[in-house]
Design a protein around this ligand. Sequence first.
Ligand code: ADP
Length: 790
Amino acid sequence: MNKIAQIFQTLEYGPAPESAQPALDWIKAHDGVFGHFINGAWTKPGKTFSSDNPATGESLAQVSEGSAEDVDKAVKAARAAFKSWSALSGYERAKYLYAIARLVQKHSRLFAVLESLDNGKPIRESRDIDIPLVARHFYHHAGWAQHRDREFPGAVPYGVCGQIIPWNFPLLMLAWKIAPALAAGNTVVLKPAEFTSLTALLFAEICEKAGLPKGVVNIVTGFGETGQAIVAHPDIDKIAFTGSTDVGKAIRAATAGTGKGLSLELGGKSPYIVFEDADIDSAIEGLVDAIWFNQGQVCCAGSRLLVQESIEERFIAKLKLRMSKLRVGDPLDKAIDIGALVAPVQVERVRELMQKGIEEGGSVYEPDIDLPAGGCFLKPALITDVSPANTVVAEEIFGPVLVVMSFRTPEEAVALANNTRYGLAATIWSENINLALDIAPKIKAGVVWINGTNNFDAAVGFGGYKESGFGREGGKEGMGVYLKPAWEKDLKPAPAAKASPAKPANPLDASQGIDQTAKMYIGGKQARPDSGYSRPVFGPAGNLVGEAGEGNRKDIRNAVEAARAALGWGTSSAHNRAQILYFLAENLQYRRAEFAARIKEQTGEKGEAEVDAAIERLFAFAGWADKYDGAVHNPPLRAIAAAMVEPIGVLAILAPQARPLLGSVALLAPALAMGNPVVLVPSEKSPLSMTDFYQVLETSDVPSGVVNVVTGDSAVLAKTLAEHDGIDAIWCVGDAATSTMVEKASVGNLKQTWTSRGLNYDLSDTEKFEGDYFLRRATQVKNVWVPYGA
Ligand code: ADP
C-alpha cells in the first residue's frame, strides 16, 4: 500500500508538537528555582523540591517548601493588604480583575505550555479549556467585584482567605479560588499542589504586571504540611479547599470551633447514565470527554457508566472500538487525546486499584494501542463484571479507568447513580427530554449534565452534595461563600444561661403532683422516651412545671428514620409547603393564650409577644417558600444551566435555651419552607412549648415525619445527631464547646453545619433572620445543564 492509501486506512495523524521552549525560557529566567511570592516580591528560595515533567520524568524547576514561618509571613502580608484592598471601590477591584483576565489571555500560550509540561495534560486541553476558562473566570468576577454591594447588600468579605488547591487543573483551580475571593474584597494566601506549582508562580508575575497591590495575592508552595500550616493559622478567616475527601475531612476537623469560614470541593464518583433512546454516537463521544479528559484526573469525571441493559452490548462494543482509536502520547503533541498522569505515585495508585478490581471479579479491557516509552502513561481502561460493592465502583480512581454497570429501569438507574457517598456531578444521556428532566432532580449531585458532559462556566456554580463537599465555585453562589453579613463580626458572647435548679436527689420527688410527662413526637406520633426516664422542667422560681422525656440515641435513631422517610417533603410543591406554614401560623394563633401561658410558666416572661413573633416568623417563611428559588444561567455554550435550589435533606436543629417557642420556630420555619424534614431538639431547659407544638403540627396537615421532636440533654443529643449519617445538615445554638463538638463530629458524612459558637444570635431579630440567612443554609444549588439553542 502506498503511504497515502495507508493513511486513509489508519487515519493516522502525524505528530504536531508544540514547542516547550518559551516555558523553559521562563523557568530559566528564574534560574530554575523559585521562592514564594509574598507581599508582591519573591522570597529567597529555602528548602526546595523538584517539580517534574511527568511525561519524561525530567525535573523542570526547584520549588520552595513553605514552612510555618513562610505561611505566617504571607498571612501578615495579606492581613496588611486587606485594609486598603477591601476599602477600594468595587469598580477599582473590577479593573484589577479585568487586567488579570487580559494578561492571562495575552500570555495564554505560555500558560498552556507550562501547564502541560508540569501536569502532563494534553496541550489541546490546556490551550482550549483550562486557560480560556481561567480568563473567563477573571472577566466574570470583575463584574461581581463591581456589583457586589448591589447584589449582596450588607455583606462584607471574610478578610484573609487560605486557599489550597489540587494538581489536576492547577491554574483553573487557582482562578476558581482567587477570582471570587478578590472580587468580594478578600486577600489570599494560596498554596498550589506540590506536583504543579509552576503556573501559580507565573500567575504571581501576572499579578505584578497587573499592578495588583502588594500582599493581595500571596503564593506559598509546598506539600501537605504547608497546607496544614495555612489551615492552622489563627489569623486566617476562611479556608477554601479543593482536593481529596480525606484531606477535606481533616480540614473540617482542624477548623472546628475556630469560626473560620469553610468551603470544600472534594472527590466524586460521578455516574454517566445512558438510556436506550440516547444518541449512542454522541453518548460515546461524551464519555470520552467524561472519563478520558485530563487522563480521568477530574473530580467530576464520569467514571461510573450506567447503561440500559437493552443497549449494553452494542454500546460497549462501540465504546471499545472508540477506545482503540484514542491516542496516548506526548502532552505537547496537539494530536493526542490522552497525556501523562501527574506523577509516578498516581500511576501506581491507579494500577493498584485496577488490580483490586480484578481480584474482586472485574474484567479489564485496555485497547491495543501504543504508549510512549517511559513517563507516567496509562492506557484508557474499561472494567466490566462489577457490582456496586466492588472497590473500583465505590472508590474514586482518579485515572483513565471507567467502570460499567447496567440497569433496566429509570428507577434502577437513579438508585445506582445515588448509591455513593459522593455527589459531585452526573450525566444523563437520552433523546427523551421528559425522561432526562424527570431523572435530573432525582440525582443527588451538585451538577447534572444532560446530553453533554464536563461543561464548566464562571457564571454557573460548581460543587458537591454529600461527601463531595459544600460551598460552590462560580456564579452567585460562588461569590456568596466569600462574603458574610457585616453584623456577624459584632456579635457578643451570649449571656450565660441561668443555672437550672438541681435535680432532686430522689427522682420520684420530681414527679409529685404532676400526672403527665410531655411526650416526644416522632414520625407523626407521640412517643415515650426509650430510656424510660423523664426530666423535670422548672419554672423561673425553681418550681416544677412539668416533665419531659429524656431522649437518647435510640430516640434520635427513630426520629432520623422517620425524617428520612419524609424526604418527599422536599419534592412537594413550594406552594404546598407555603400553605402548610401559613396553616401552622393560623393554628398557633388559635392557641395563642395557651402557648403564652406555657411560656410564662417556663420562663416567667409574658408569652404573648413571643407567640406573636413565632406566628410572624411562620408567615415570613411561608412567604419565602415559593420565592427563594433559582436562576437560569446563560453560559457561552449552546446550553442553559438551570440553577435549582434544592433542600439539603434531613436537618437537625438544636434550638436555643431562651425563648422556648420562637427559638425553635425561627430555625424550623426556614428549614421546612425549603423542604427539609427536621429532627428538633427544643430548649433543654424549657422544652414544653415544643412538645405542645405537636398538636399544632397535627392540625396543620404537616405530613408525619417532617417534624420530629426529641427532648433531653442538648449536648448529648447534639453529639448523637452530629455523628449520625442520616443527618445531612445540623444547626446548633449552643456554647463554644458544644459548637466545636458538633463541627468535629460532623466529619463522618461531612454534614453541613451552622453553629452559634456561644455568640449571641438574637433570633427574634426580624431584620437579620427573616431573610435569606437561614434559607441559604437550608438549601444547596444544583445546576442542570441542558442543550439550548443548538
Ligand atoms: P489529591 O488527591 O487531589 O492529590 P489532596 O487532597 O491530597 O488531593 O491534595 C490537595 C491539596 O491539599 C494539595 O495542595 C496538598 O498539598 C494539600 N494537602 C494535603 N494534605 C493536607 C493537609 N493535611 N492539610 C492541608 N492541605 C493538605
